[in-house]
Write a protein that binds this ligand. Sequence first.
Ligand code: ADP
Ligand code: MG
Length: 253
Amino acid sequence: MKIISVINQKGGVGKTTTAVNLGAGLTKLQQKVLLIDLDPQANLTYSLGVLAHELDNTIYDLLRGDVTFDETVVTKNNLDIIPANLDLSAAEVEFAGLPGREFLLQEVLDSVNSYDYILIDCAPSLGLLTLNALTVSREIYIPVQTEFLPMQGMAKLLQTVDVVKKRLNQNLEITGIICTQYDKRKNLHREVVKRITDHFGDKVFSTFIRDNVSLAEAPSFGLSIFDYKASSYGARDYLNLSKQVLKRGRENG
Ligand code: ADP
Ligand code: MG
């Protein structure tokens, strides 16, 4: 079972889009996938059309220990989802004083073992919720929007990962950088890809996610890109990325 956090403390870089569509792509490749929405904005939850009555129990209740995993999980088109809602915004403050506060998600997932992949969609912050994700993950994927020079913002993220490795989870590794909203006609985009590759080498997936309007439209229909428009560039890119993820996973055991 591979547990992967999708993180970047910058918003709008494609974390949620990647968690949803990489998750959906992996299910198309016969993998059993769990998506965890760990962002109080709950974009992942709404992107997949989770209905109001399916939100009785959320990740917030689960982290509090008020409900069980099975009482929280929702299934949509073969994807299992632990949904979130705005209640989760209370968590950072509410859990701040708890001993072992970084291990709440790990406790929840301790008894879960029926998945090939668990993808955690993180909030655009490096707060307690994201620390919980990093504590339980083996791998980190960082989506990077090629529209912006990313390196300054990245320093803080890399620092946080180092601290988590030292204090909370020595098995943690950044294993994937995903270039998103890529437009090869733009010099800046090519320049950004070059800089990212100079820094991260072969951690950068060679599949770039192109800028594709269908990817932006799909969430309002509550569908992954494969169920919304299977013929789009977005679907092709995320399927290729999913294949690469699976291949890397097999190579690395
Ligand atoms: P984050 O979770 O990092 O905040 P999102 O995945 O929500 O970022 O993406 C931010 C916005 O950009 C959303 O409106 C999303 O639909 C859109 N978007 C993401 N990836 C693409 C893409 N490859 N092409 C076009 N729009 C995209
Ligand atoms: Mg998001």
